[in-house]
Design a protein around this ligand. Sequence first.
Ligand code: ATP
Length: 335
Amino acid sequence: MTHNLLIIKGDGIGPEVVSAARVVLENLNLDLHFEEAKAGYACYQEVGDPIPQATIDAARQADATLFGAVTTPPDIPKYRSAVVTLRKELDLYANLRPVRSLGLKGAHYRDNLDFYVVRENTEGLYSGQEEVDGDTAIAKRIITKKGSERIVRYAFELAKRTGKRKVTVVHKANVLRLTDGLFRRTALGVAAEYQADGIEVQELLVDTMAMRLIKDPENFEVIVTTNLFGDILSDEASELVGGLGVAASGNIGVSGAIFEPVHGSAPDIAGKGIANPLATFLTTVMLLQHIQESAAAERLQNAITKVIAEGTLTPDLGGSSNTIQVRDRVIELLG
Ligand code: ATP
């Protein structure tokens, strides 16, 4: 079966890491068809739009999209963030961040961690509804029953699919009584449906969760929460296993799936050939799982684990290899 993949390279180190990932994908002997589309600041400078409609349409039509990184300039009024626009247009409601020990020297947890953070991606404090009234500025925190239900269901389905036995629902319903009250009630309702599957539900206040991620992160399997809490907790969690250079993510939803490394466009090292491609390769593992090429996903994951173990790494992870050397070694280790 042919899989139609869209590649959006973006700006800065985006083209370097995504091109490396494309070569890796081409070496997996799968039936893949690639399209490329533009987005980001360079695209804005070229065509006057950071996220042209043709790119949105291509992402909607693809089986999955691999997205590099884009620079979002702060000083252009009405500039649309490419990623935020894609999330909204394609209703990509689930932001998935695996947190898995990779054997990295220097990581807080070299071994033993394997859990997911599932973040609601379309509402909460990212509603985009802000107003100023004199000296008061207000942001609306939108929580809906529909939005809560589908993200919690996604978390339980993920648990079922990946053999996890516990889902932790994170909220602040003791203070945010109406918004997180609704999120909590809805989550517990969904959880009841999965009792028969033997998946346990746990609830934690977000402040306790932030502390427990430092204290005993090995006790978590799937964490599900609202947008801003998820944003913060997933960055905290990624630091446990090695940080930005190895943090992968997926935006999955109704009309598409976009996979992107968590890091940005890193203009300070762009063009130097030393960008770490591992976060994008781990993102590619997620993409392969999504298109149900699980054997290929496992081969790539194993090759990544091996390059880390032997120390073929870029300077940000303490190695002396460049992007292409890491890429080529991963391809050799695919077997
Ligand atoms: P943006 O403005 O697009 O968010 P940024 O560079 O400000 O980009 P980050 O992605 O958070 O934001 O990166 C912070 C720093 O970490 C970068 O400046 C770079 O030095 C380093 N870095 C990030 N990603 C990588 C990578 N893949 N390989 C090597 N270094 C990286």
